[in-house]
Design a protein around this ligand. Structure first.
Ligand SMILES: Cc1ncc(COP(=O)(O)O)c(C=O)c1O
Length: 454
């Protein structure tokens, strides 16, 4: 029995979308776009996933690449068998695909990591001991926290894009001598707003500083080009790029990474070992100790290839859905949307909002139980930024984030807007209660147990 048939009671009326799915044109298809989910009133509906910013669904083409790789999956770099040779070529081809995906310079290296957090921690491990790190408080914790506190200058969340550039310039002017690193996100994970990366990089270069771009939120939605932006490193995550197989990457300059101790000691990171001596490898191998996540790398490369091929269509799809969502939410009394740079700023498909009189937890629970919509509520691993954005909304300690992507349709957007309007006007239909498992309708009839799949 499939998961879908487990979820769909034979006799219930399904809430079929009344608006036809957006013509997807040449937008890559995602796995699970026909997922049905139970509602608290006993019906089922198709899932409206507005949580792409956390983890995006797998692309069908990524799944196909992984399935194509599995029959000959074997060790990489160490085997002489046919399957090892094939798998090794795929692994190295994946590295080349990532290199091209971010427009890396010829001597930039691609190190496969677990995700962005791992990539940024790897870079933090390689930052010279006398370096100063400059970072905005508005960063995701993965970009905010890995740097040594005593050598980090934390800048206030900028009020405008030009202020972002000038505050980096001011900080660099006053920073101690020695190496400097500016770490900045491409797009905020809270509001989706795009930071002026090329301008920040230009200022950094004028002060002899290096730049690391956290592209976790930007790369799935907009092109990232290391050479054009003139940044030194890019960090990204496969699971946000429609390749949820556990790989990410740090791409960029080799010198700091070759000069530091390996991230993990072990096989693969060495070129020679005796009882008295270890010669560590240089290049990506130095920091990829242990057997690598080959399937993750293949999945990530497959996603990058598909996304590069369909960039324009993806951007058009997301811009039109985002405009529809923002227009819809703006017309609902009691809904406040939050912004770092102002409502006109360019952004990827993410909206952060609150609803007057309702907690974010209650809104997100009701969106799920009553409308089959998945959003996130909380502080999104960006506590300082959320504190800053909500400073004038004392009623709210947390917010709701709706993040759209390739799995989103116009019907999903309309359903979300209508649901938020109904909640803002009349509140939830049921009483809700908080438990160890989260916020749910009292006497929730839904079976929320994951079906057995092994
Ligand atoms: C901007 C940004 N940076 C870094 C991260 C961390 O990504 P991961 O959890 O894949 O390491 C996230 C995750 O949401 C993010 O949005």
């Amino acid at each position: 029995m499939s998961i879908l048939s487990i979820l769909e009671p034979a006799s219930t009326t399904t809430l079929r979308p009344t608006v036809a799915r957006l013509a997807t044109g040449s937008i890559p298809a995602t796995v699970g776009s026909d997922l049905l989910v139970p509602l608290a009133d006993g019906r089922v509906t198709d899932y409206a996933n507005f949580d792409h910013g956390a983890s995006a669904p797998c692309l069908e083409s990524v799944r196909a690449s992984v399935e194509a790789a599995l029959p000959s999956y074997a060790s990489v770099h160490r085997g002489n068998g046919y399957a090892s040779r094939i798998t090794t070529q795929w692994y190295e081809r994946a590295r080349a695909e990532l290199h091209a995906f971010v427009g890396a310079r010829a001597d930039d290296q691609v190190i496969f990591t677990r995700q962005t957090t791992d990539a940024l921690n790897l870079l933090a491990h390689a930052v010279p001991a006398d370096a100063t790190v400059i970072v905005f408080e508005s960063e995701h914790h993965a970009a905010l926290l890995p740097w040594p506190a005593e050598r980090t200058i934390r800048l206030a969340a900028p009020a405008s894009q030009s202020e972002a550039v000038t505050s980096v310039a001011d900080a660099l002017r006053e920073a101690p001598e020695g190496p400097r690193l500016v770490v900045v996100t491409g797009a905020s994970n809270v509001t989706g707003e795009i930071f002026p990366i090329a301008e920040i990089a230009a200022v950094a270069k004028a002060h002899g500083a290096r730049v690391c771009l956290d592209a976790a939120q930007l790369a799935p939605h907009r092109p990232v080009d290391i050479a054009t932006l003139d940044v030194d490193w890019v960090a990204l995550s496969g699971h946000k790029l429609y390749a949820p197989y556990g790989a990410g990457a740090l791409i960029g300059r080799a010198d700091w990474l070759d000069a530091t101790e390996p991230y993990l000691y072990g096989g693969g990171a060495t070129t020679a070992v005796t009882n008295d001596l270890v010669v560590w490898a240089t290049g990506p191998a130095r920091h990829e100790g242990g057997s690598p996540n080959v399937i993750g790398a293949i999945a990530l490369a497959s996603a990058c290839a598909a996304i590069s091929k369909h960039r324009d269509a993806i951007e058009q799809h997301e811009r039109s859905l985002l405009a529809r969502l923002r227009t819809g939410l703006a017309q609902i009394p009691g809904v406040t949307t939050y912004s770092i740079f102002g409502q006109e700023a360019d952004r990827v498909g993410t909206v952060c909002f609150t609803v007057a009189g309702l907690t974010s937890t209650l809104v997100s629970a009701a969106l799920s139980a009553e409308y089959g919509i998945g959003v996130r509520d909380g502080k999104f691993c960006a506590h300082p930024l959320v504190g800053h954005l909500l400073a004038d909304s004392p009623e709210h300690g947390t917010a709701i984030r709706a993040s759209l992507g390739l799995g989103t349709t116009r019907e999903h957007v309309d359903r979300l807007v209508n649901a938020v309007r109904a909640l803002a006007t009349s509140g939830p239909r049921s009483e809700y209660e908080e438990s160890a498992h989260g916020c749910q309708p009292a006497n929730d009839p839904r079976d929320l147990q994951a079906p057995r799949i092994w």
